[in-house]
Design a protein around this ligand. Sequence first.
Ligand code: FES
Length: 162
Amino acid sequence: MAFSDVNLTRARDIVARYPRPKSAILPLAHLAQDQDGWLTAEAMEEIAVLTGVTPAEVQGTCSFYTMFKRRPCGSLLVSVCTNVTCLVTGGPAILRHLTERYGDDDDVTVEEVECLAACGGAPALQVNYEYHEQLTPEIAEALVDDYKAGRRTPRTISGAQR
Ligand code: FES
C-alpha cells in the first residue's frame, strides 16, 4: 500500500466526490506527495487502481505538471526562474549560487523552472511555491537560510499552508 490507512480513507473520499473517478487523479497525486514528499511509482500505481485507469495514464498526467516531483525532495523546494526576464536580470547566477550552496543539503532541493509569472519582480524564485522577487544571490541565500532556521514558515511542497 502506498497510502497510509488514514490517507487511503481520504483518497477514497476524494474519489467519491467526482462523477468520474479518473477526475480524482490530480487531487490524489497531491495527497500522495503531501504524504511522501514526492510522487512514488507505488503511489501512482495505487492512484491508478483507485481511479480505474492504468499506471501509465497516471504517470502521463502527473508528469505534465512540474509541481509533482519524481524524485525525493528536501523539505524546502527552491524553484529558481531562468526564463527570459529572469535570465537578463540575474536568475542564472542565483540558480548557480544556490545549487553550489545547498548541493549537499538534504533539506533543500534547488530546481530550475520556467517563467513563474512574476516577471515584474524579476529575478524571482519560489520556496515551496511562495514567491520571492527582486533577488540577488546573497539575498536568495539569506532567504533560504531564514527558512532553514525557522525564521520563516514554509508551506508544504504541495503548496498547502502547514
Ligand atoms: S521570466 Fe522569471 S518570472 Fe517570468
